[in-house]
Ligand binder design. Structure first.
Ligand code: GLU
Length: 544
């Protein structure tokens, strides 16, 4: 076979050479040990938690080392492409505070190693497709879907590995004449790699998993599909070589294709990046763990966390706890530090499935929000409401001072309150601060019958002085409590319940419910001052 003639026949328009490519993509000038990382999402319109999980690793590795983190759009599978999907990825990543130094942007490219969308890199892939044909390492295959089905059936019956290899690689040795005839007949073809028959093993040092030993590739896998677009395998090797990724961070589902990638790097004579195959995201389903599923689990979508108003910092922190086993320890030792100060290392990653536990995420969110200043909570909550709850956005903007004061309630001290779990739940929790939303949700304690209620609120309003400090205010509450035949000390009531109508706990619950709608709410004196005297009087008056 005249390989040069075949290469010319298959790729008549390719005039550039591998040397031209080397010149086109110069070596990056970076500090020693700087990491170059990327994410390579497919533009399907669905950005999942796994994308962020891998992005955080890449972002940390690059930015901790003075390197480069870039976005490459892997759009070789055009059947799955959705309009606006690139913007969706960029917006989702930027919402979660992941910023790229280089790569695809909403309206083009940023960087000299582009294009950063694979379909626009066809000319680059074809240079190397042609090279492999010239070297006799790739060949056109005209096998039809029916022929491929037939060999699969035969392999299943013989209990052999599926795929095109060895005797099943039926088009491996077509003559130039046969190929010409097929092309002239307009038959569709794909370009296949010529696999070697071997029982050797390869060994790859994965940065997360350690040594991965696997049989060396013997498959005639596809490099270019019939439309000339590369497969993931071919595009990955060429792109990560020329874009000079030092680390390839991707899901563990790619481990099984690693032998093909190793084969290609070796064939092309290029150095391999360091592979980091990350654990699949799992969840508990009853007593067993299973993979998160796009169909069943809304929490797989990154948009879920935005819609639910889980603080983006909480999502980061949660993922960091999954990513590094020592993150939680570090957080306890450094309660006020920014999570970006945590020295992230790939070696401390778990290799078994990473468990996505929404309760834990909400818990982290609660802690993250409780550490924020009232102003930061205000800004973040308003930003969320502007997008997801405009009614509350209007209320926040209508009553900015009251809102800020409300968010400050219970903030000081060693044990700040943890009332707000998510931005969505903040709307429920904060509702009582706005007359427009206030409702009495809880039942009054049964110890406080209607007569008691009327009497209490009448007396309370009579003696109410908005300028009383907390202890003067409480003295007055105690006095009325006693007057109404309730125990001022809860333990007296416990000891002799028959002597009292109830205790001060019932009285303050009644007051809290009248004021906030809930028995479980922050300090009454503080809340009263946030609401202001007019609102306090108006709400309590309805009970008299
Ligand atoms: N396009 C691949 C995916 O969406 C990316 C894998 C990689 O990062 O190499 O899974």
């Amino acid at each position: 076979m005249d390989n040069n003639a075949l290469a010319q026949l298959l790729f008549p328009d390719v005039t550039q050479t591998p040397e031209d490519m080397n010149a086109r993509f110069p070596k990056r000038e970076l500090p020693d040990n700087a990491c170059v990382t990327r994410i390579g999402p497919s533009p399907t319109g669905f950005v999942h938690l796994g994308n962020l999980y891998n992005a955080i690793i890449g972002e940390r590795l690059a930015h901790q080392s003075g390197g480069v983190f870039y976005l490459r759009i892997e759009d070789t599978d055009n059947k799955r492409e959705v309009e606006g999907a690139v913007e969706t990825v960029i917006n989702a990543m930027s919402y979660f505070g992941v910023n790229f130094d280089e790569g695809a942007t909403a309206d083009g490219d940023n960087g000299i190693y582009g294009p950063y969308r694979q379909r626009q890199r066809k000319d680059i892939y074809h240079v190397f497709a042609k090279l492999l044909v010239e070297q006799g390492k790739a060949y056109p295959c005209f096998m039809t879907a029916e022929e491929l089905d037939a060999i699969r059936e035969q392999q299943t019956a013989n209990k052999e590995n599926p795929g095109v290899y060895g005797k099943y690689a039926k088009n491996r040795d077509l003559t130039l004449e046969q190929i010409k005839e097929n092309l002239a007949a307009g038959k569709e073809w794909v370009l296949r790699f010529r696999g070697v028959e071997t029982d050797e093993y390869i060994c790859v040092e994965d940065a997360v998993r350690g040594k991965l030993e696997m049989p060396r590739n013997n498959m005639d896998f596809v490099l270019l599909k019939s439309d000339g677009i590369p497969t993931y395998h071919f595009a990955h090797v060429i792109d990560d070589h020329f874009m000079q990724s030092t680390h390839v961070i991707r899901g563990e589902e790619w481990i099984s294709s690693l032998p093909m990638h190793v084969e290609l790097f070796n064939t092309l004579g290029w150095e391999m990046p360091i592979y980091c195959h990350t654990a699949t995201l799992m969840k508990m389903d009853g007593a067993s763990k299973r993979k998160l599923s796009k169909r069943k689990d809304p929490e797989l979508a990154l948009s879920y966390y935005q819609q639910e108003g889980i603080s983006k910092d909480a999502v980061w922190e949660f993922l960091l706890t999954l990513l590094n086993s020592n993150y939680e320890e570090w957080r306890i030792a450094n309660p006020d530090a920014d999570y970006r100060e945590f020295p992230y290392t790939v070696g401390k990653m778990s290799v078994s499935g990473a468990l996505v536990d929404l309760d834990k995420m909400t818990d982290i969110s609660k802690n993250v929000i409780c550490r924020m200043s009232a102003q930061t909570v205000f800004d973040n909550w308003l930003e969320w409401c502007e997008q997801y709850n405009t009614e509350y956005a209007e209320l926040i903007k209508k009553y900015p001072e009251r809102t800020l004061a409300a968010l400050n309630v219970g903030k000081g001290g060693a044990k700040p309150r943890k009332d707000i779990e998510t931005w969505k739940q903040a709307c429920d929790f904060m509702s009582f601060y706005y007359d427009e939303k206030f409702t009495v949700a809880d039942e009054m304690p049964e110890e406080c019958d209607e007569a008691t209620r009327k009497l209490f609120f009448a007396k309370y309003l009579e003696t109410y002085d908005h300028s009383d400090d907390s202890s003067a205010w409480f003295d007055k509450v105690k006095a009325i409590t006693e007057e109404l035949g309730f125990a001022v000390k809860p333990k007296d009531f416990k000891k002799n319940p028959e002597m009292f109508k109830g205790s001060i706990v019932h009285i303050t619950n009644m007051l809290r419910i009248a004021l906030t709608g809930h028995a479980n709410a922050p300090d009454i004196h503080e809340v009263s001052h946030v609401l202001g005297e007019d609102i306090v009087r108006a709400r309590l008056n309805t009970w008299v």
